[in-house]
Ligand binder design. Sequence first.
Ligand SMILES: C=C(O[C@@H]1C=C(C(=O)O)C=C[C@H]1O)C(=O)O
Length: 425
Amino acid sequence: MARLFYTFRPPDSFSFATQLLTWSRMFRVFMYFKNHPYPHGWQQAPWMLAAGVRYEWKPQPERALEQLAPFHATHRDWMVGHVAYPMTAYVWPGISAKPCLCGFPDIYFFIPEILVWVYPDQVQIGIHGSETEARRIFEEISKSRVDLPQLRHPLSIHPVLTRKQYLDTVHAILHHIQRGDCYELNFCQLFTSDPVKISPVETFMQLPPAPFSLCYRLHDAYLLCASPERYLLKRDRQILMQPMKGTIRRGSNTQEDAQLRLFLQQSPKERAENTIVVDLIRNDLSRTAVPGSVKVTEWLKIYSYPTVHQMISTICSEMDTPYQIGDLLATTFPMGSMTGAPKKKVLELIDHYESWPRGIYSGAAGYITPEGDMEMNVMIRSLLYTPEAQRVYYHAGSGITCYCNPEDEWEECLIKTRQLADIRI
Ligand SMILES: C=C(O[C@@H]1C=C(C(=O)O)C=C[C@H]1O)C(=O)O
């Protein structure tokens, strides 16, 4: 039986979306996507849930990207999952595959039992079952109670590197840049909490809105993500990538905020950083594109989020006929905004200078449609948690170029942790 979608009308979609997230907790595997209130985020619906495992795909990472399209063709259904940073080792031989601190596998996709799309005026439930079954699910979600427990303690995280160690490392990277080994390197650092116990869903609910947010549970591993960045959108053969480079904090009043935004827009350093990545991505996309189809359709545009302004560019291409989704990932992963350029050299340097694993951070998560369209985010601004480790992990990084002042890069990483400032556990 094919998956069928049934439509329902809840009294209030916003409340229903919150009930949906509460309800999802009973599944050991789920991914809850949220782009509300940003229209440029996930395209499918403002809120989406993929829950329960109908089939799962846990390939050997060595052959995974070759096997992705054939697995998808066998089922022709929705697939939801992630590609973690250690997959780099299989795309770029010689780079080590440091395993994720929370145990997320290098690559994993599942075909969900239940899909729920929540739009402002309706809800669609997609299952391999009857309308009666879909109605039972709809009613069960509608009855879920959203009880926010009394949360009192701030979530406190601290960098693993001291400020001095961080600055020394950035100076070492700058030395490589001055020698001509590379010209931009996205250096990321790790933050951790002391031992804590959190309720992952309640913690996710407190993250500020972002266009590529998601709450992901894979058995005992949780990822609570408020990413503002798109990695890939594939519609038929049209491909779109939107690297983000250039970050500045929000101002404390309208005037200061507008000044900061203008400063970012005009900063030669940030414009150069972004343009280097645009060029890298034009090159990556050209490997699967119809010749002449790679185009920069938006260059250095500023988008504003609750705690930061970001500079984003958009690069499009038309994927040529012999290529499939696995080829697209193999030629663009890891995304240029999280590596720098030239890619091969900076991957080696990242491997050397980041002694902690990026794991699922700096990878991508998203979905593949039955038609083979695909949408993936860049996994940044994310909390990682396992009840077993009782520790929260967070990473933050920034692009190092010859223009950079190491102290400012340290500050930029701290600004990226500010979205956690109001979280209570
Ligand atoms: C590395 C991170 O962000 C990346 C670096 C950015 C920058 O240098 O301005 C912006 C977005 C991301 O591509 C992060 O948020 O941890």
